[in-house]
Design a protein around this ligand. Structure first.
Ligand SMILES: *[C@@H]1O[C@H](CO)[C@@H](O)[C@H](O)[C@H]1NC(C)=O
Length: 421
C-alpha cells in the first residue's frame, strides 16, 4: 500500500466530502515527472491498481502505467492502439488521430511553425498559438478557414482577423485603421481613452474621465469611477467589493456632492453619505453605523442544522441534518459517517460490514473522475462495480451499464464489461 502526506490529506478530505475512502486521488496530473507516484494519477488502494495515468501513459490490465507510442496521449497498452494524440515527438507538427489505424498522424499542411497547435482529422488547423513562450510575446496568428494566417496586428490588441490578415476587431483603447490596430492617444491598456476615431484620433469615450473636445480629462476627485459630464463632478465613487479585500491597499470612497471622500470608518467597505458605515467587511456586522465583530460561528461539521439552544443536530424542514455521506445518530447526538460510496444512509448503524450492523444506504455516491469504479445500490449497500472502468452497474456489480470514457473510450460489451473498441 502506498501512502504519503499528500495522499493522506486528500484521502481525508475526500472521505469528509463523500464518505468514501476506497478510491484515492494519489498525486495530481499537474505534478508531472518526479512526483512520488508519477505517472499514476488515480490509484486504488484496495485493488492495488492505477486507474488513471498521466498523459502519454495508460494503465494495463493489472493497473500498471505503460508508456504509449511517442506523440500518443492515451492508448491501449496491450497493442499501443492510440485514442488521443498530442504533438509529434520532434515538436514540429500537431498530430491528429487516424480513427481507422488508431495511430497519430502529423498535420503536414499545418506544422507548428505555421502557428498551428491543434488540428482535426482532415488535417485542418483548429487552434493557433497566441503566445510565443520563449519570448513571452503575443503572436499575430489568426485562425481563418482551417489555417493560421499572419495578421497585421498582434493577438493582444486584435481579437479577429480576416483572410487577408486585416484585423476586424481591435481591443479597447485602439482604433482600427487599414487592418491594423492603432493606439489611441491616452489609450492602450489601462489608458483613459476607451475608443477613438481612427482618422482624427479624437477620443470618443473615456474610462474614469470626462470627454472634453476629443480628449479625456481625468476625474478630479480621487476614487471617482464616473465623471462623464464634468471632471469636477463625480457621479459614482469606488468602494471595495466583497471579493476585493486588501485592507492595506484598498480604500472605499463615498460621495458627498460631486466629490468622493475616503471611507475611514474602521472595517467598513461601503460608507453612507454621512460617513457612517452601510456595509462592513467579512466577519463584521453593522451596528449603529459602525462595524462590530460578529460572534464566531461555531463549526458543527458534519451537522448542517445545529440547534445552539438544545446543542443538538436537528432535522430541519428543508435541510438534511447532516452533510451528504453522514447520518444523524440521534442517540449519540452526532453525525456519523455512512459506508464507503454512500451519499445518504438511514440511522441505525453500525456499519453493515460489522456483525449485527444495520446501517442502510439509500443513495450511492455519483461517479466522478477521481472516484472510479462506480457503485451499485444493492439491498441498502453500495458495492463497487467489478469492472474498474465501470461508472454505473446499478442492480448487478458484474453487469456494467456505462463505462468511463473521458480518458480512454471504454464501451460496454455484450457481457457487460468495459472494453476498448
Ligand atoms: C488513415 O490510415 C489509413 C491507412 O494507412 C489511410 O488509408 C487513411 O488515408 C488514413 N486517414 C487519414 C485521415 O489520413
Amino acid at each position: 500500500m502506498r501512502t504519503g502526506a499528500l495522499a493522506a490529506a486528500l484521502l481525508l478530505s475526500a472521505a469528509l466530502q463523500t464518505g468514501s475512502a476506497s478510491a484515492v486521488f494519489a498525486g495530481s496530473p499537474m505534478e508531472g515527472p518526479g512526483s512520488w507516484d508519477w505517472p499514476c494519477v488515480v490509484f486504488n488502494q484496495e485493488r492495488n491498481m492505477c486507474f488513471y495515468c498521466d498523459q502519454g501513459y495508460s494503465p494495463d490490465a493489472s493497473g500498471v502505467c505503460r508508456e504509449c507510442q511517442p506523440g500518443c496521449m492515451a492508448c491501449r497498452p496491450e497493442d499501443g492502439c492510440c485514442y488521443r494524440c498530442g504533438q509529434s515527438p520532434d515538436g514540429k507538427h500537431p498530430m491528429f488521430l487516424n480513427t481507422t489505424t488508431h495511430t497519430c498522424q502529423r498535420c503536414l499542411l499545418n506544422p507548428v511553425s505555421s502557428g498551428c497547435t491543434e488540428c482535426n482529422t482532415r488535417g485542418r488547423c483548429t487552434q493557433c498559438a497566441d503566445m510565443d513562450f520563449e519570448t513571452s510575446k503575443w503572436t499575430n496568428f489568426f485562425l481563418v478557414n482551417g489555417r493560421c494566417i499572419r495578421g497585421k496586428a498582434t493577438r493582444d490588441v486584435c481579437y479577429e482577423a480576416n483572410a487577408n490578415g486585416d484585423c476586424v476587431d481591435c481591443s479597447f483603447g485602439y482604433a482600427l485603421l487599414n487592418g491594423r490596430c492603432k493606439i489611441c492617444p491616452q489609450g492602450g491598456n489601462g489608458g483613459l481613452c476607451k475608443r477613438c476615431d481612427p482618422k482624427t484620433l479624437r477620443c470618443m469615450a473615456c474610462w474614469e474621465g470626462s470627454l472634453q473636445d476629443g480628449r479625456c480629462v481625468p476625474c478630479k476627485s480621487q476614487g471617482c469611477l464616473d465623471c462623464a459630464k464634468d471632471p469636477n463632478v463625480c457621479t459614482r465613487c469606488y468602494y471595495i467589493t466583497p471579493d476585493n479585500e486588501d485592507p492595506e491597499n484598498d480604500w472605499s470612497f463615498y460621495r458627498v456632492g460631486g466629490v468622493c471622500k475616503r471611507c475611514t470608518a474602521p472595517n467598513c467597505r461601503n460608507c453612507k453619505s454621512d460617513g457612517t458605515c452601510r456595509e462592513c467587511k467579512y466577519d463584521y456586522n453593522v451596528v449603529g453605523g459602525k462595524c462590530k465583530l460578529a460572534p464566531p460561528v461555531e463549526d458543527h461539521f458534519p451537522c448542517t442544522n445545529w440547534d445552539a439552544k438544545t446543542k443538538r443536530c436537528k432535522v430541519g424542514p428543508e435541510l438534511q441534518a447532516c452533510y451528504e455521506g453522514w447520518w444523524l445518530n440521534k442517540k449519540a447526538n452526532s453525525c456519523d459517517l455512512c459506508e464507503d460510496g454512500c451519499m445518504r444512509c438511514t440511522s441505525g448503524g453500525p456499519s453493515w460490514r460489522q456483525p449485527g450492523g444495520t446501517s442502510r444506504c439509500t443513495r450511492c455516491q455519483k461517479p466522478d473522475l477521481y472516484s472510479y469504479p462506480g457503485y451499485a445500490l444493492i439491498n441498502g449497500r453500495c458495492l463497487e462495480c467489478a469492472d474498474p472502468y465501470c461508472m454505473d452497474c446499478d442492480g448487478n456489480i458484474r453487469r456494467c451499464k456505462r463505462c468511463y470514457d473521458d480518458n480512454l473510450p471504454y464501451k460496454v460489451n455484450s457481457e457487460g464489461r468495459c472494453v476498448l473498441p
